[in-house]
Design a protein around this ligand. Sequence first.
Ligand code: ADP
Ligand code: MG
Length: 258
Amino acid sequence: MRFLYPCDPFDKKKPGEAYEEDFLAAQAAGLSCSLYSAEDFEQGEFRPNPSFSEGDEIIYRGWMLTPDNYQKLQNAIEAKGARALTTSAQYQHCHYLPEWYSLCEDFTPKTVFLSKDADFSSSLLTLGWSAYFVKDYVKSLTTSRGSIAENVAEVFEIVALIEKFRGQIEGGVCVREYENLLPDTEERYFVFNHIAYAGDGVVPKIVRIIASRIRSPFFSVDIVHNSDGQPRLIELGDGQVSDKKKWPADRFSEIFIG
Ligand SMILES: Nc1ncnc2c1ncn2[C@@H]1O[C@H](COP(=O)(O)OP(=O)(O)O)[C@@H](O)[C@H]1O
Ligand SMILES: [Mg+2]
């Protein structure tokens, strides 16, 4: 097992600022770590340092990638004689909401998937939902406007704002039924090799059930409680590109040691 982190763009011997804490904790825990330049990789050059050994299993920890770019990274890893722990199909399975939705429908707000250019007013009105939560396949609108729409016109407004601020709608549009959630109760869990881990405290049953359903070696599970005190699944993420949130860096490294 070897971790691959983006380096500092100005000093290729150092981890990028956003990953420095994780990198140092992983090294302190005795995990093998390499750095690579994400900027050079975009130009077609891939020189991990230290270089990979034949057969190394690579766990990437870096920026979110489109599935196409993740596939390119997987190819580059394989070209060095190593292999990616997570295949690009598995990456997409947790990174894109519609991919995991049907496996977890009983735990997560109802969702319809639409193409961004569709005139979806009629399909939304027949749902009879009181309000909507709008995102693309990956993220919600994180500016102050937020992702909650009271009506169909606001759904269109949010889609346009996501496109404006992020440059594109990734995949397509997810319109979710609004639920009365308590955002402060959000907790992130990680599942590695089918075992679920909590940053602090116990792993709830809902997370253990999700861990048994999802066929990816490394992913995150975000749980929020609703106003009735029920845990709800808000999103899955590929573990390689999920922020560790409240997890202490040394605790995060421990999940790979077992
Ligand atoms: N269906 C929903 N109804 C109400 N609030 C929601 C809904 N879905 C998400 N939220 C709130 O918005 C927050 C961010 O949602 P999330 O899907 O995780 O977006 P992002 O991908 O941008 O992190 C959640 O923590 C939750 O509090
Ligand atoms: Mg989230």
